[in-house]
Write a protein that binds this ligand. Sequence first.
Ligand SMILES: [Zn+2]
Length: 226
Amino acid sequence: MELFIFYGLAIISILITMGAQAFITSSYNKYQKVNTTKGLTGEEVARKLLDKHGLKDIKVVQTSGYLSDHYDPKGRVIRLSENIFSKSSVAAVSVACHECGHAIQDKNNFLFLRIRSSLVPVVNLCSYAGYLAIVLGGILSMMGLIWAGIIAEMIILFFQLVTLPVEFDASKRGLKEVKEENFLTESELKGGKVMLTSAALTYVASVATAVIQVLRLVLIYGRRND
Ligand SMILES: [Zn+2]
């Protein structure tokens, strides 16, 4: 049992992360090769949607990196990776629509996005201090410090949970735009749905990993407390 808690749970979380990553990479690789009939690039799609929603001040720029696409609410900019920005594939259109979904959430004051943004500074602190507290608490045999670290891990878990509705909603809004604007034909839409689902899947893996991490810590240190 001890061995399972120490290594088994860690291995399970690694497998979940790797599985999600494999699904994301394979759907991305597949649908970036499928060009759309309409032929709009990720940039053109994003620009069109932002303008449609009265978000003309938000810029769309190209960024480096692989699957590094994101919406930056502070900078008022959507950054799209090279293959998404300049290509007219099913993957490019889908990812661009997902990122615009975030910009529209921001405009509409979507509750979960607000909660998530307000948690960012706390979570940054927790991810540094939490692990340090657990390690130091272990070395100094200070249970109080260890539990403070575990609470920090729980806050991170809460943050990951709040991220889920933000991501699924962005994909839902993205899909609505794809259909309204006819960015994809009926046969291309299947790939679009897969891409929009996989855009949110990374975060499901993060939640699973955070749950397992907290569970592991509670099981390990909860026993020592007896
Ligand atoms: Zn997203």
